[in-house]
Design a protein around this ligand. Structure first.
Ligand code: FAD
Ligand code: DHB
Length: 390
């Protein structure tokens, strides 16, 4: 087999890269080791930055999102028995869109297949080679060994993928921080407690009240990174959520049947550069953020938008300036998102070594960002998404 850009991974990064390339007349093939059903049901992020929602609309994959997504003009912080609002619309003139990552994945898969795109699901033993010369992706599909020759490879295979580890030792530098806590997340059939998200700092730990629709809530509580989900019967989860909602309690948290539950450890990670020869890393294969800033899916989309512009220039004019600048351009945005995600995380979680001083400092920080217009605007600017360097 032969294509122009071989893509490993059918998450938001790989799918959107393939879609954007198609719109520029560039051929691609995606290889994905999971089934279509699996990737379409994988519950993950839920917040689209303003520009990212626009991108989906402008490229023709935002129709269902416009119908079913929830436009939010701000967020709440609950701390010290108070509920305070940050009004993004008033501060920066933009909002965000709450729409599940797996819905984005479904929409782009549907569109790619309708456009004749090739996505090979359930492939095995993927390996990438010839990265500085003639790139090739080898894999097994439907019981047969296959080879895909390509001009370039898009490494969109997430944090545990094969692309990043295929770069020779010593080429890439990793920057990493692990956090001493994780999130226990649930999806439940219940009415949202608030029209907009509530981020809570509580002495028992962080909690987040989000949603997917007027009948479906997505809720998170801080837990240990290796928390055993079996130790969390439904009643215990709801009890913790009620306790941590504290200041928002007057709003009465509705309970409902759980549809999904899981624990995610939290980590910050960046690899530099995001390119080796003809392999370009995008999304979680190059960087991970703790979810508190709601940046993971957005960074993946920003990377592949940059990358698609680079490939478009290359195939249209033969110039590689944009491709050469891909890593440096993305990393500027990535590091700002890392800073914001780390900052939100440290402000809202109780660390195992926190003392009374840390508690007071966190409360002062929340008081400051929710009362100083300058600080609130900075938070709003980052949350709705920094401008794209394009
Ligand atoms: P992925 O979505 O990970 O896609 C990579 C794809 O590559 C997958 O489909 C995978 O199956 C495939 N793949 C992997 N290895 C191979 C291989 N060897 N061969 C072929 N295919 C392969 N972000 C938030 O902002 N908020 C959240 O609440 C949140 N929750 C999350 C919960 C979990 C459990 C995880 C893991 C992430 C979460 N994130 C969250 C982060 C966000 O979902 C990611 O940033 C986003 O998925 C990145 O998209 P991606 O396409 O780069 O990677
Ligand atoms: C959601 C996830 C996040 O990580 C976040 O910061 C806000 C909302 C969500 O899944 O809805």
């Amino acid at each position: 087999m032969r294509t122009q850009v071989g893509i490993v991974g059918a998450g938001p990064a790989g799918l959107m890269l393939s879609h954007l390339l198609y719109l520029d007349g560039i051929k691609s093939v995606i290889v994905e080791n999971r089934s279509r059903e699996y990737v379409e049901a994988r519950i993950r992020a839920g917040v689209l930055e303003h520009w990212a929602a626009d991108l989906l609309v402008h490229t023709g994959v935002g129709e269902r999102m416009q119908r079913e997504g929830l436009v939010h003009g701000g967020i709440h912080f609950s701390f010290n028995d108070e509920l305070r609002h940050i009004d993004f619309k008033a501060l920066v003139g933009k909002g965000i869109l709450v729409y599940g990552q797996h819905e984005v994945v479904k929409d782009v898969i549907t569109r790619r297949l309708a456009d004749g795109g090739q996505i090979l699901f359930e492939v095995n033993n993927v390996c990438v080679e010839g990265l500085t010369g003639a790139p090739k992706i080898r894999f097994q599909h439907a019981g047969r060994a296959q080879e895909l020759d390509c001009d370039f490879i898009g490494g969109c295979d997430g944090f545990h993928g094969v692309c990043r580890p295929s770069v020779p030792n010593g080429v890439l530098t990793g920057y990493e921080r692990e956090y001493p806590f994780g999130w226990l997340g649930i999806l439940a059939q219940a009415r949202p407690v608030s029209e907009e998200l509530i981020y809570c700092l509580h002495p028992r730990g962080f909690a987040l009240f989000s949603m997917r629709s007027p009948e479906l809530v997505r809720l998170y509580i801080q837990c240990a990174p290796d928390e055993d989900i079996a130790q969390w019967p439904d009643q215990k989860i709801w009890r913790e959520l009620h306790a941590r909602l504290a200041a928002g309690k007057s709003r009465e948290l509705a309970e409902g049947p759980l549809i999904e539950r899981g624990v995610t450890a939290m980590r910050s990670f960046v690899v530099e550069p995001m390119q080796y020869g003809r392999l370009f890393l995008a999304g979680d294969s190059a960087h991970i953020v703790p979810p508190t800033g709601a940046k993971g899916m957005n960074l993946a989309l920003a990377d592949v938008l940059m990358l698609s512009r680079g490939f478009a220039d290359y195939y249209r004019t033969g110039r590689s300036d944009r491709l050469d600048a891909y890593s440096a351009t993305c990393l500027r945005r990535v590091w700002k998102a890392q800073r914001f995600s780390w900052w939100m995380t440290q402000m809202l979680h109780i660390g195992p070594r926190h003392n009374a001083f840390d508690r007071k400092r966190q409360l002062a920080e929340l008081d400051y960002v929710t009362s100083s217009e300058a600080a609130a605007r900075s938070l709003a600017e980052n949350y709705v998404g920094l401008p794209l360097d394009i």
